[in-house]
Structures are given as structure tokens and as C-alpha cells.
Design a protein around this ligand. Structure first.
Ligand SMILES: [Zn+2]
Ligand SMILES: [Zn+2]
Length: 127
């Protein structure tokens, strides 16, 4: 039986990302992992994040105005990004119709990113 090999490092990184709900960058994941596991190297964390992304265990996000971020929530959902502080939150996906014209492309996915003002910034702005 071909048991899937899960190295302990992989488990550590996957669990850390699932626990972080802020859509962290690779650097932020590395810093969080290192707090509990000081011997883990940056290149290991980056490599494992890549592996987990390929295996569909986590999502790699390309949000506007940002580098790559990672998401431990693999259920279908959309994102809203605060235009003031850059915070990103999950919001439920709404059913969308496929476009009737695809410019000859085979569609393989759809990422929706809303722009908004997060609760913290709203409180600061009083809006
Ligand atoms: Zn904000
Ligand atoms: Zn998300």
C-alpha cells in the first residue's frame, strides 16, 4: 500500500499555516514555524510550501499589490483585501456564471478578490 509520506516538517508547516488565518507570506510562515522549531531553515520552509501547494494541501495566492501569500483554507472561497492596511480575509464564494466568451482559453480556475476597508480600519476611520 502506498502510504503518502508526510515528513514531520511537512506536518509542522501545514499545521502552522492552518493555524494562521491571516494569509501569511512565506517569510511570515517561516518566522511562525521557527518560534517552535528554531532549527528549521528558511529554504526548508519555502520548499515545503511549494510542495504543499502542488499537492493541493494549501493555496498560493497572488493578490494585487502583494507578493505571494499562502492560505491553509482550501475550500472554495473568495478574498477581500483592505485597501488601507492590506489585511486579507476569507469570504464565502458566490456562484458565478462562466463567461460565454473565453478568448480561446480553456478556463481552469477563477480567483475573485474584493477590495474593501477592514473592521479595524473602519473603526479608526469611523465609517
Ligand atoms: Zn485595514
Ligand atoms: Zn483564504
Amino acid at each position: 500500500m502506498a502510504a503518502r509520506r508526510n515528513t514531520p516538517q511537512k506536518e509542522i508547516i501545514r499545521h502552522t499555516l492552518r493555524r494562521m488565518c491571516c494569509h501569511p507570506t512565506a517569510v511570515a510562515v517561516f518566522e511562525e514555524v521557527r518560534r517552535d522549531h528554531p532549527t528549521i531553515s528558511r529554504s526548508t520552509v519555502y520548499r515545503v510550501l511549494g510542495q504543499l501547494t502542488e499537492e493541493g494541501e494549501i493555496l498560493r495566492l497572488h493578490l494585487s499589490g502583494e507578493g505571494e501569500r499562502y492560505d491553509g483554507n482550501t475550500h472554495r472561497h473568495n478574498h477581500v483585501r483592505c485597501t488601507r492596511c492590506g489585511a486579507v480575509a476569507d469570504i464565502p464564494a458566490v456562484e458565478m456564471d462562466e463567461p460565454t466568451e473565453t478568448a480561446g482559453y480553456l478556463l481552469t480556475g477563477c480567483a475573485v478578490e474584493y477590495a474593501g476597508v477592514c473592521p479595524r480600519c473602519r473603526a479608526a476611520l469611523d465609517c
